[in-house]
Design a protein around this ligand. Structure first.
Ligand code: ADP
Ligand code: MG
Length: 307
């Protein structure tokens, strides 16, 4: 459905994209997860024909983006990171404007508007001026405007940054609904929880490169990362540690804290605690560290997603 091959983008001396490649099947929700400056917006801007790439090939639904940008654009809805709305107009009038920009047939526009405004929970306030809206409400109109021409493909660039939790949940529900109905979606974010919840496959983008991609379980497996039980003790001695190390092979000590590594901490937690009891150790604190996209990102790049 969407094929991106060796895509590069430079702004003067800044190499924003260093040759990224990925493919997305019809109906798939693909997440681009990466910290600020990774190249997410640059990617979305190129795919939605706002920017022209320095190098590389993109095809969207069988059309070559370089040769046929208009054909590609027709079937795409874009929710840009920066919200572009007329503050002095109502939500309804803003959407009328976007509907006509996208050449929605006049006969259908009113019906589609009503449906879209309702889906985004804006019906009650639709005739108020946008300048009276909260950030979350503006974001929801922004999303509505991308859907009026009923695209088969939707690009969403960090749609939940800086908005209230209620709008955030509603946006999740809308994405899930559109996904269920068969929309092909690219969703960029620096929140790993969002990528985990919404996306079928995830590309981890860092510094203009996709450093890993796959389903969440593929990503977890590819690094063969281990979960750990992290226990701090009140009375850890070298002797007790040596006894533990004989019984439990894969562990690491940091002062009075031990990390017990395992592919399955849930199943082995009881055994670990029992072993510690047998060594006469007192617990101060127990924590279970599961593998998630944050730990995968850290192990791939040596950085956290939000620094
Ligand atoms: N118009 C521009 N001019 C110069 N540099 C830019 C421009 N747009 C983006 N960049 C740079 O490209 C890199 C990627 O930016 P961007 O795609 O916005 O990242 P993200 O959306 O992941 O935060 C950053 O280093 C950014 O400073
Ligand atoms: Mg961005």
């Amino acid at each position: 459905m969407i094929h991106v091959s060796n895509l590069k983008m430079s702004f003067n001396t800044v190499e924003a994209l260093k040759g990224i490649s990925f493919s997305i099947s019809q109906g798939e929700c693909y997440g681009l997860l990466g910290p600020n400056g990774a190249g997410k917006t640059t990617t979305i801007s190129i795919l939605s024909t706002i920017l022209k790439a320095s190098e590389g090939e993109v095809s969207i639904a069988g059309n070559d983006l370089g040769k046929d940008p208009l054909k590609c654009k027709k079937n795409i809805g874009v929710v840009t990171q920066e919200i572009a709305l007329y503050n002095e107009l109502s939500a309804y009038d803003n959407l009328l404007f976007w509907g006509s920009m996208y050449h929605v047939p006049k006969k259908e526009l009113a019906g589609r508007l009503e449906e879209t405004v309702d889906m985004l929970g804006l019906t009650d306030r639709q005739h108020d001026k946008v300048k009276t809206y909260s950030g979350g409400m503006k974001r929801r109109i922004n999303i509505a405007s991308a859907l009026l021409h009923r695209p088969g493909i939707l690009f969403m660039d960090e749609p939940t940054v800086g908005i209230d939790p209620q709008s955030r949940n509603l946006i999740f529900e809308v994405v899930e609904k559109l996904h269920k109905e068969g929309m092909t979606i690219i969703y960029t974010t620096h929140y790993m929880e969002e990528a985990e919840r919404l996306c079928d496959r995830i590309g981890i983008l860092d510094d203009g490169e996709i450093v890993a991609q796959g389903t969440l379980s593929e990503l977890k497996a590819s690094k063969s990362m281990k979960e750990s039980v992290v226990i701090s003790f009140t009375n850890l001695t070298d002797e007790a540690y040596n006894t533990l190390a004989k019984k439990w092979k894969d562990l690491q000590r940091f002062d009075d804290t031990i990390h017990f590594y395992s592919m399955n901490v849930q199943g082995e937690l009881a055994k670990i605690i029992l072993t510690c009891n047998e060594c006469g150790l007192d617990f101060r604190h127990i924590d279970i560290q599961k593998i998630n996209l944050e730990t995968i990102f850290l192990s791939l790049t040596g950085k956290t997603l939000r620094d």
